[in-house]
Design a protein around this ligand. Structure first.
Ligand code: AMP
Length: 364
C-alpha cells in the first residue's frame, strides 16, 4: 500500500516513521530538494501544482493526504478525481481562510472571539469601536505560527498594522484574555469511527508553540470533544483533526483548526497507546483506529532555531528526542523532545530543565 503526502517536512516524516511498521510505503511531493521526509520514501521534487508531478502522485498513491493546509484548493480537487484524498478538499478550503473558518465555527454553534472581515484601513477604523481594544489583525489566508498578525492596542496602531498586510484581505478579532490555551486532537476513519486524545495544554510565545502537556481527565475534555465532533461531522472528516481553543471562565472559545496531524499532539508518540501519526494512517486507510488513551503523563518541548546537544537531552530520565534532520534557521522548528513518565511529581521538575535547554538555543 502506497501513501502519497503533499509536503515532506517533519509532519510527513513522522507519519512515514509510524507507517513503516505497518508495511506502508510513501511518496512525497515537495519543492525542496532536502525536505526532511525525503529519505523515507520516493520524492517527487517540484511545485504543488505541477500537473505532471500531480498525475504521477495520483497514479502511484493508493491514498493521498497532506502535512499542511495551504495546498491550493484546485490541487486537492484534481487529486480527488484521480485517487482517494483525505481529509477532503472542503476541510482544506475552510481551514485556509480565517473568515470562512470563523463563520463555519459560528454556524455550528462553536463560540469564537468577536471578529469582523476587513479589506481596507477605513473599514478597520470603522469597525474597531465594535471589536474593542486590544485586538488582533490577521491575514485571512497563508498565516501560521503568528505570521501576518499584529496586535492592536489603540487606534494609533491601525495604520502601521494595516500596512504590514500589504492590502491582503484580513480579519480583525478581539484579543481573548484566556486562562489557558488547549487543543483537542481527534481522529475519524472512512467508516466514521471516532476517537479523541486527552487535551493538550499549550504554551505559545511570539505566536509559535513552545510547549505542550497532556491533560488526562481535564474538566474541559467533554466540551472540547463535543465541538470537534461537530466539526468532523459537518466536514465528513477523515484523518486526524486538531482544534485549538482558548479557555475563559470555564468556557472554550475556538481559535482555529488544523486538518492534519498537529504539533500539540507530538507527545502521543510516546505518551499514548497509538500515536496521532499512526492513527492518521489507520483513519485514511479505513483501518480500525488504535486506542488514544494516555499511557502516563507526557509533555513536549519544541526546539526552534537551534539544535540542542543530543547527549544533554538524552541524559534526562524519561526524555525522548526527535531530530528532524533540518538545518537550523531562525524561527524554524528543528526538533522536539517528549518527557513521558508514570510519575506526575517528577514531570514538572524535568520539564522545567528541558524547557530551559530549549530556550538556550531558541533564536526567535
Ligand atoms: P494563530 O496563528 O491564530 O493560531 O495564533 C497564534 C497564537 O497567537 C495563538 O495560539 C494565541 O496564543 C495567539 N492568539 C491568536 N489569536 C488570539 C486572540 N484572538 N486572542 C488572544 N490570543 C490570540
Amino acid at each position: 500500500m502506497i501513501v502519497g503526502i503533499l509536503g515532506a517536512g517533519q509532519l510527513a516524516r513522522m507519519i512515514a516513521l509510524a507507517g513503516y511498521p505497518l508495511g506502508l510505503e510513501f511518496i512525497f511531493l515537495d519543492p525542496s530538494a532536502d525536505a526532511c521526509a525525503n529519505p523515507l520514501g520516493e520524492h517527487l521534487q517540484g511545485d504543488y501544482d505541477d500537473p505532471l508531478l500531480l498525475a504521477q502522485l495520483a497514479e502511484h498513491a493508493d491514498v493521498v493526504t497532506y502535512e499542511f493546509e495551504n495546498v491550493p484548493a484546485d490541487v486537492a480537487e484534481f487529486l480527488s478525481t484521480h485517487t482517494q484524498v483525505h481529509p477532503s478538499p472542503k476541510a482544506l478550503a475552510v481551514a485556509q481562510d480565517r473568515l470562512i473558518e470563523k463563520t463555519f465555527f459560528h454556524d455550528l454553534g462553536i463560540p469564537t472571539p468577536v471578529y469582523a472581515p476587513v479589506d481596507s484601513l477605513e473599514k478597520l477604523q470603522h469597525i474597531m469601536p465594535d471589536i474593542g481594544y486590544p485586538a488582533i489583525l490577521k491575514s485571512r489566508t497563508q498565516g501560521y505560527d503568528g505570521k501576518g498578525q499584529s496586535v492592536l492596542k489603540s487606534a494609533a496602531d491601525l495604520g502601521a498594522a494595516w500596512d504590514i498586510l500589504e492590502g491582503v484581505p484580513a480579519i480583525v478579532e478581539a484579543f481573548v484574555t484566556f486562562e489557558r490555551e488547549v487543543s483537542i486532537i481527534a481522529v475519524r476513519n472512512v467508516s466514521g469511527a471516532v476517537a479523541y486524545y486527552p487535551l493538550s495544554e499549550n504554551y505559545h510565545r511570539g505566536g509559535i508553540l513552545r510547549l505542550s502537556e497532556s491533560k488526562v481527565h481535564d474538566p474541559m475534555q467533554a466540551q472540547a470533544e463535543a465541538y470537534i465532533l461537530r466539526l468532523m461531522e459537518a466536514l465528513d472528516y477523515v484523518g486526524v483533526l486538531a482544534l485549538e481553543l482558548f479557555e475563559v471562565d470555564g468556557q472554550l472559545i475556538a481559535n482555529e483548526f488544523a486538518p492534519r496531524v498537529h504539533n500539540s499532539g507530538h507527545w502521543t508518540i510516546e505518551g499514548a497507546e497509538t500515536s496521532q501519526f499512526e492513527n492518521h494512517l489507520r483513519a485514511i486507510l479505513d483501518w480500525p483506529l488504535g486506542s488514544t488513551a494516555a499511557t502516563g503523563h507526557a509533555a513536549m518541548v519544541n526546539f526552534i532555531g537551534g539544535l540542542p546537544i543530543t547527549e544533554e537531552v538524552l541524559a534526562f530520565p524519561d526524555v525522548h528526542l526527535h531530530l528532524y534532520n533540518k538545518a537550523p534557521r531562525k524561527g524554524r522548528k528543528v526538533a522536539h523532545a517528549t518527557l513521558h513518565t508514570v510519575n506526575a511529581g517528577q514531570l514538572q521538575a524535568t520539564l522545567k530543565k528541558l524547557a530551559a535547554l530549549a530556550d538556550q538555543v531558541d533564536d526567535s
